[in-house]
Design a protein around this ligand. Structure first.
Ligand SMILES: *Cc1c(COP(=O)(O)O)cnc(C)c1O
Length: 237
């Protein structure tokens, strides 16, 4: 079932990404699709891999670890597969993300960063992270405030166990396309300003765009779109 669905949805998504990129003079190769498989069974993951997807995202660490174990255990993990942790990480469980994920999209507070730094095993390779910024200003969303993020970035850049690759945001739940676009644009501007204000910062990645808004995100400079529903359908759970 998942295989058949992906054969329809993935080419369509790729085409839309390419069209959105073309509208602003970007190359579609600059946009990677992270297939968010949360709430879907292993069959979805196997179908994604068979379709050539090599970036898998989960929003709960426990589910990510479980699926990764299952896949590795069955010998079905391609060597170039990357796991993305895209959801809020509870500080208590945070250290486990180092072994589980290739990129943490949701480094959303200084306290979390400090905990990851403090608990890093000696000599471990730096964990690639994105700083989540709450560019929509919604109280319900995690992340650094646009104002607080530059200070946080300064401290995090000093941490030897973390490697900041860029920024992430979530658009507000709204039909107002202009507002969604503005939250994406804000993230790109913050990235540009951070490069100017922090010489040690060379972040390139902008993780933004989900099923409802990924074309806008690509137009605004997204390098990583996080897609669940548009690829796999509604989550069964
Ligand atoms: C679930 C989730 C997604 C994917 O959402 P869809 O709307 O199903 O594409 C992307 N990012 C995060 C952080 C998520 O939790």
């Amino acid at each position: 079932m998942y295989q058949t669905r992906l054969e329809e949805t993935l080419p369509r998504v790729r085409e839309r990404v390419a069209e959105a990129a073309a509208r602003v003079g970007r190359s579609p190769e600059g946009v990677r699709t992270v297939a968010v498989t949360k709430g879907h069974p292993m069959e979805a993951i196997r179908a994604a891999l068979a379709s050539g997807i090599r970036d898998l995202g989960e929003n709960r660490l426990g589910e990510l670890e479980e699926k990764r174990r299952a896949l590795d255990g069955s010998g079905g993990s391609p060597p170039d597969l990357r796991w993305h942790m895209v959801g809020h990480l509870q500080r208590r469980k945070a250290p486990g993300v180092r072994d589980a994920a290739h990129l943490l999209h949701s480094l959303d507070s200084l306290r979390l960063a400090r905990r990851l730094e403090r608990t890093a095993p000696e000599g471990s390779r730096p964990l690639p992270v994105l700083l989540q910024v709450n560019t929509s200003g919604e109280a319900s969303k995690y992340g650094f405030t646009p104002e607080g993020f530059t200070d946080g970035l300064g401290e995090i850049l000093e941490m030897t166990s973390l490697e900041v690759r860029g920024l992430m945001t979530m658009a507000p739940l709204t039909d107002d396309r202009a507002l969604i676009r503005a939250t994406f644009r804000r993230l790109r501007q913050l990235q540009e300003r951070a490069r100017e204000s922090h010489s040690g910062y060379g972040g390139e990645e902008l993780s933004m765009g989900m099923s409802n808004d990924y074309e806008l995100a690509v137009e605004e400079g997204s390098t990583l779109v996080r897609l669940g529903t548009v690829l796999f359908g509604e989550r069964p759970e």
